[in-house]
Write a protein of this length. Structure first.
Length: 180
C-alpha cells in the first residue's frame, strides 16, 4: 500500500471514530437529581480551587482588565461598586461590568471573598451549603441568574466543603455590591 493510501485509510478511520463519538446521546439529564456521590471525599482547598475553576466562578465574580482578562487583584470581589447596570431590553439577556439583565430583572454578581462586611466571610460552612442548595443566602436574598446554584447544589457535601475551604483562602475585598 502506498504512503497516500495509508494516509487516506488513517483519515477515514479518524473521521469514522470522530463521527461515532459525536453521536447524540438519548440519555435524559435530570435537573432534579440528587447530589452525585464521589469516592474521594476530598475537602481540601486545593480540590475547591479545581472546582471553582471548572465552575467558571471568575467569569461572573471577578472584574476584568481592559484586555478582557480577569483582574486577579480583585478576584471574586463581584460587580465593581458604582458600576452601571446593563440595559433592560425585553426578552434579551444583556451584561455590563459583570452585571446581568434579563427576563428575571437585573442581577449583580456578589462579592464572594471572605470579607466579613461585604463578602461571605461571616458565613458558616452550613450557611454556604444551604445557600448553594436552596438559592437563598443567610440574609434571605435569592441568588439570581446566571448563578448556577441548582447545579452547584447537586454537588456532594465534600465538594461544597472544598469550595468553601478554598474561598476562605482568597484575599478579602471590601467592594460593596448593591442590588439583587
Amino acid at each position: 500500500m502506498s504512503h497516500s493510501a495509508y494516509v487516506l485509510f488513517a483519515a477515514t478511520l479518524m473521521t469514522g471514530a470522530a463521527m461515532a463519538g459525536c453521536q447524540r446521546s438519548t440519555t435524559a439529564v435530570s435537573t432534579t437529581a440528587a447530589p452525585v456521590a464521589v469516592a474521594s471525599g476530598d475537602t481540601s482547598a486545593a480540590r475547591g480551587a479545581q472546582l471553582v475553576l471548572l465552575g467558571g466562578c471568575d467569569d461572573c465574580h471577578t472584574p476584568q482588565l481592559p484586555n478582557g482578562e480577569p483582574d486577579m487583584s480583585r478576584r471574586f470581589s463581584g460587580v465593581p461598586a458604582g458600576s452601571a447596570a446593563p440595559p433592560s431590553i425585553a426578552n434579551v439577556v444583556a451584561t455590563e461590568n459583570l452585571a446581568w439583565s434579563g427576563p428575571w430583572g437585573t442581577s449583580f454578581p456578589r462579592n464572594i471573598t471572605p470579607d466579613v462586611q461585604h463578602g461571605i466571610g461571616s458565613w458558616s460552612l452550613q450557611d454556604f451549603i444551604r445557600t448553594m442548595r436552596t438559592g437563598t443566602d443567610p440574609q434571605g436574598h435569592a441568588l439570581l441568574p446566571p448563578m448556577p446554584y441548582k447545579e452547584f447544589g447537586r454537588l456532594p457535601d465534600a465538594d461544597l466543603t472544598a469550595i468553601y475551604n478554598f474561598m476562605r483562602t482568597v484575599a478579602p475585598s471590601s467592594n460593596a455590591v448593591t442590588g439583587p
